[in-house]
Design a protein around this ligand. Structure first.
Ligand SMILES: Nc1nc2c(ncn2[C@@H]2O[C@H](COP(=O)(O)OP(=O)(O)OP(=O)(O)O)[C@@H](O)[C@H]2O)c(=O)[nH]1
Ligand SMILES: [Mg+2]
Ligand SMILES: [Zn+2]
Length: 299
């Protein structure tokens, strides 16, 4: 069942029409949050989705380790906010890089928010600073925030204004907590992360679009564990690491994969610390996925 907002602002529950599922067998969910759809009513007054308008963009992940199917996380978004926590739970650079490569591929502007700053000790803070510095150097805007404190987050509210924003990140990083601050009536369920595993427990279980009172929409998604970068050709991957791509113009071979080819300008840039080791490792990690067809979800 889908909840649809009509042009005259009514909320309607609708089902997919008959054989709809067969049209797009590559995706586990033919309709995604953010889609614009056409509805049909049957004589009894029940609503059915009969058509999906072409998507301006969309973001997918592979639906499971073995599956070749993809799952559309959201469609037609203006920007993505990636919520990152250094601890409680840990977000790895590899995860961040896989997310960024995906949003680069779909040309979705992405901002990083390092959340739970209030909970961090000196070391965690230092690490957060270092990571934020790395991503700012590449060109991503980074903010360090705390969703819980009485900290003023009106700058975030301004960034959300009149846009459709996908909010993503691991389970337990504080996505729903943040949304509750911007849409006080929305009552997104939140839950303390498990002390034992230092992991969230998937409190948000389905994707949902929430209207911001002042204009705009937020898409809250269940925490993502692994990010299978989908639909990306091997040689294409470096295009989605802006700083690696920049150096790749000087590689000797124009089909260079930047692994061990002679005259590789990217390898040289890694050696000279112009490209960070962790970014380069993430690049290789995605490239290897492609080569052996495996999906890794532990990072
Ligand atoms: N100390 C501190 N705790 C926070 C902060 N933000 C969120 N939390 C807590 O972290 C826990 C998880 O937050 P949620 O908002 O449920 O996380 P989520 O990202 O929505 O998780 P899923 O729905 O499972 O994907 C809750 O107990 C929040 O109160 C923060 O800035 N500081
Ligand atoms: Mg949540
Ligand atoms: Zn190269």
């Amino acid at each position: 069942m889908f909840q649809i907002k009509t042009e005259d602002n009514r909320l309607i529950d609708a089902k997919l029409k008959g054989n709809f599922r067969l049209k797009d067998i590559k995706s586990t969910n033919p309709v995604s949050v953010g889609d614009f759809v056409l509805l049909e009513e049957n004589p009894e007054g029940a609503a059915f989705i009969c058509e999906i308008e072409d998507r301006r963009n969309y973001i997918v992940r592979r639906s499971s380790n073995l599956s070749k199917q993809s799952h559309v996380i959201a469609a037609n978004v203006d920007q993505a906010f990636l919520i990152v926590t250094i601890n409680y739970p840990i977000t790895t650079p590899t995860f961040i890089d896989r997310f960024l490569a995906t949003t680069e591929a779909y040309r979705i502007p992405t901002i990083l928010f390092f959340n739970k700053i209030d909970r961090y000790n000196y070391e965690d803070r230092e690490y957060a600073d270092a990571l934020a510095h790395l991503y700012e150097t590449i060109g991503y805007t980074c903010y360090k925030i705390s969703a819980k404190e009485t900290e003023d987050l009106s700058f975030m509210q301004e960034l959300l204004q009149d846009k459709t924003t996908l909010i993503s990140g691991h389970s337990g990083v504080g996505k729903s907590t943040l949304i509750n601050r911007f849409v006080p009536g929305s009552r997104q369920k939140t839950r303390e992360i498990s002390d034992y595993h230092n992991k969230g427990m998937h409190t948000t279980t389905f994707s949902e679009m929430i209207e911001i009172p002042g204009g705009g929409y937020i898409i809250d998604t269940p925490g993502i564990k692994g990010f299978g970068v989908f639909d990306m050709e091997g040689i294409e991957i470096s295009h989605y690491f802006p700083e690696i791509f920049q150096f790749s113009h000087n590689c000797k071979f124009n089909n260079c994969t930047h692994r061990r080819e002679p005259g590789c300008a990217v390898l040289k840039a890694v050696e000279d610390h112009y490209v960070s080791e962790s970014r380069y490792k993430s690049y290789l990690n995605i490239l290897e996925d492609k080569n052996d067809g495996k999906y890794r979800d532990a990072y």
